[in-house]
Design a binder for this molecule. Structure first.
Ligand code: Q9C
Ligand code: ZN
Length: 696
């Protein structure tokens, strides 16, 4: 095929972009000087090997290097007592025996003569990141720090943590930047009880933590780590605990919690800054966590959090004790912060029963505090009064519903080998140019300071030959052929992986989509997801399972035309703001992740029932699927929409989704009906065990 294509570099437009990285080798000097089987996993190599890995993926050179600094005493005192600060300070001149004695006053902590200095660097590095993001120098970033922070309390070191880096950062950001709403996401496998205590009564900090719990058997074995600890006083509803009651939780369990718990709350909360307590002991191979989630899950989690707070995201290292798993996960996080396409999740996508139970429980516990939960018919699965009884019966069998990726013995080595191969399988070359556009839409693309790939229309006889294979009646219409030619030229670039995504204009998007879907399947794509917004004159055949269509339109389709692979969702976006979040998180993303497409087509036809914010949300969310391969098809009259979509696809700026509006009762019911109808086929929809879930 003879395409005439070239690269266009447009002038830079001022907006926050870029990723900061903070690392200071001095933080590797804090180390355990005596034998202690509890603490000996928190080693300096956690930091150095993460950093070396970042270098080997050439990620360091793509980041903005920001130096660490010491946190000041005043900054530490934002969270900690002066007694605590003085004790920590006093350890600088102690001998080993004295250090050992002070360390013994705490649950799982060790002092080294340089611990105080490192802990101050860890605080300062975290604050440097907050400043770099809040000042707009970068959009997001990561700080590699030791000692970690989230177990640390006002007056105590705990669980390898001396000062609570993330909590200090949140208080600092509130003060210095006058922030009213900060979200802390703690995906470390341990409960950040320190952070919970600090913000328990504070409605301006929403704290979310998932953690290995096993009905209170697992450290720190606190009753306040359970789902019913929702915050205190004014802070009620702003503390979210998702306990894992079994080990072996994996990618689909983590995603289910994001879809059905964290993300809806986060969008309703509408934070101005997101800080991640980023422990990777929730990843596969970790001796503490015993979970099964693979490194690429952290790319997805990061990608979701990048949709909040205008992209202002600070990731701070906490735990993570399997060096290879930790390093790969750190790399996936930084790569995603930099805007690289997200690798596909592999394996069966279904949360396990125990995870769904926890999800149901936390949704029920939070129902009084969140508008999006108001009309959900949640009820407690486990009655609170029976908890002590359950505690005795605590069953710590791993979650065996997932195929076990590892065996128990030689775990560390086996996971190392597994990951070596696994990363090679899931990582793929990133096309140097992200987006293909046709000459007609170039005008809207070049505003965004990024290179785009201009594509020339396909030859008419070529199109004819192609389309006559599956839609012979279209071949006669000359006008249709012309409109198809530019779409196919763009699609071709996407299918051949020369670009990540593409945008095609078409006067009849349903026809263009029908051809695009067939052509992609013929090209060899096994699962193509199509989300179509608006009237659809042709509904392509989806019986072979290689196409899944989610059709969003104003009116219910006549009769129940729904099947496993054609789902119609009637949704008219609220005029006041965006109420489409609940449909995207509660239905579209779970179905899409269950299906695991290798290409996504998002199209907008006439009479669309979603506004630009709703459609922007669709594009931004679905970018996490299919290695970010998206074909956008839009009517040629939609200039405004086209510009917004282009912005999102080229990744030049953080999208804006409009003001969050909670769904009406009618809309909640609509989602519920669809969820009940499809949760057996598309299992990521499952968020309660009451109906539809077989207890196998
Ligand atoms: N029997 C972080 O991941 N385990 N801290 C104590 C006592 C302590 C983990 C077990 C684990 C601390 C930051
Ligand atoms: Zn941890």
């Amino acid at each position: 095929m003879n395409f005439f294509d070239y690269v266009l570099f447009a002038p830079c437009v001022a907006m926050a972009s870029g990723t900061a990285l903070i690392y200071d080798e001095e933080m590797t000097t804090h180390k355990l000087l005596w034998d202690d089987p509890v603490c000996d996993i928190e080693v300096p190599e956690r930091l150095s090997s993460s950093y070396e890995h970042l270098k080997s993926y050439h990620l360091v050179e793509r980041c903005v290097r920001v130096p660490a600094r010491e946190g000041s005493e005043e900054e530490i005192l934002l969270v900690h007592s002066s007694e605590h600060l003085e004790v920590a300070k006093s350890t600088q001149t102690m001998n080993e025996e004295e250090l050992k004695r002070v360390s013994a006053n705490y649950d799982a902590f060790f002092f080294h003569p340089n611990t105080y200095r490192c802990a101050r660097l860890a605080v300062g590095a975290t604050l440097q990141l907050v400043d770099t993001v809040m000042s707009g120098k970068v959009c997001n970033g990561m700080a590699l720090v030791r000692p970690p922070g989230h177990h640390s309390q006002r007056n105590a070191a705990n669980g390898f943590c001396l000062f609570n880096n993330v909590a200090i950062a949140a208080e600092y950001a509130k003060l210095k930047y006058n922030l009213q709403r900060i979200l802390i996401v703690d995906w470390d496998v341990h409960h950040g009880q320190g952070t919970q205590y600090i913000f328990e009564e504070d409605p301006s900090v929403l704290y979310f933590s998932w953690h290995r719990y096993e009905h209170q058997e697992f450290w720190p074995s606190l009753k306040e780590s359970d789902y019913d600890a929702v915050g205190l006083g004014k802070g009620k509803g702003f503390n979210i605990n998702l306990p894992w009651n079994k080990v072996g939780m994996g990618n689909s369990d983590y995603l289910a919690v994001f879809f059905h718990v964290l993300l809806p709350m986060a969008f309703e909360f509408d934070p101005e800054l997101v800080i991640v307590s980023s422990g990777y002991d929730s990843g596969i191979g970790d001796p503490e966590g015993q979970m099964n989630a693979t490194p690429e899950i952290f790319a997805h989690l990061t990608h979701f959090l990048m949709q909040l707070a205008n992209g202002k995201l600070c990731v701070i290292l906490e735990g993570g004790y399997h060096l290879k798993s930790l390093s790969e996960s750190v790399c996936m996080t930084v790569k995603t912060l930099l805007g690289d396409p997200v690798p596909q999740i592999t394996g069966e996508m279904a949360p396990c029963l125990s995870a769904v139970e926890s999800i149901q429980n936390v949704r029920a516990a939070h129902k009084p505090y969140w508008k999006w939960l108001m009309y959900e018919d949640t009820s407690f699965l486990q009655n609170l009064s029976t908890k002590s009884h359950l505690l005795k019966k605590a069953d710590s069998n791993p979650c065996t519903e997932h195929e076990s990726k590892i065996t128990k013995d030689d775990e560390t080595v086996k996971v190392e080998k597994y990951l070596e191969l696994h990363m090679k399988n899931i990582l793929f070359p990133v096309p140097p140019i992200k987006t293909a556009v046709t000459a007609e839409s170039e005008g809207s693309a070049h505003v965004f300071s990024v290179p785009v790939h201009l594509v020339k229309q396909m030859d008419k006889t070529e199109i004819k030959a192609l389309v006559s294979g599956f839609y012979p009646h279209l071949v006669k219409e000359d006008k249709t052929l012309v409109s198809l030619s530019s779409m196919l030229a763009v699609l071709d670039k996407v299918l051949k992986k020369e670009v990540c995504n593409g945008i095609a204009e078409s006067p009849e998007s349903a026809i263009a989509v029908a051809v695009a879907l067939r052509h992609s399947v013929c090209f060899g794509f096994q699962r193509v997801l199509c989300v179509f917004v608006g009237d659809m004159q042709i509904i392509p055949n989806t019986e072979d399972g290689k196409i899944l269509i989610i059709h969003i339109c104003e009116k219910e389709q006549a009769g129940n035309t729904n099947s496993k692979n054609y789902i119609s969702l009637s949704w008219k976006e609220d005029a006041e703001g965006n109420d489409f979040f609940s449909a995207v998180l509660g239905f579209i993303l779970p179905v899409a992740y269950s299906y695991q497409p290798n290409l996504t087509v998002i199209a907008v036809g006439p009479n669309r029932s979603l506004g630009i914010s709703g459609i922007s949300l669709l594009f931004a969310s679905l970018q996490g699927l299919a290695e970010s391969r998206i074909l956008a098809v839009m009517e040629d009259t939609e200039i405004n929409l086209m510009q917004n979509v282009t912005k999102i696809l080229v990744g030049g700026s953080t999208p804006h989704f409009g003001a969050y509006v909670p769904p009406t009762q009618e809309k909640v019911n609509k989602i519920k009906v669809l969820r009940d109808q499809f949760q057996q086929e598309w299992k990521m929809l499952q968020c309660s065990v009451k109906d539809g879930i077989s207890m196998n």
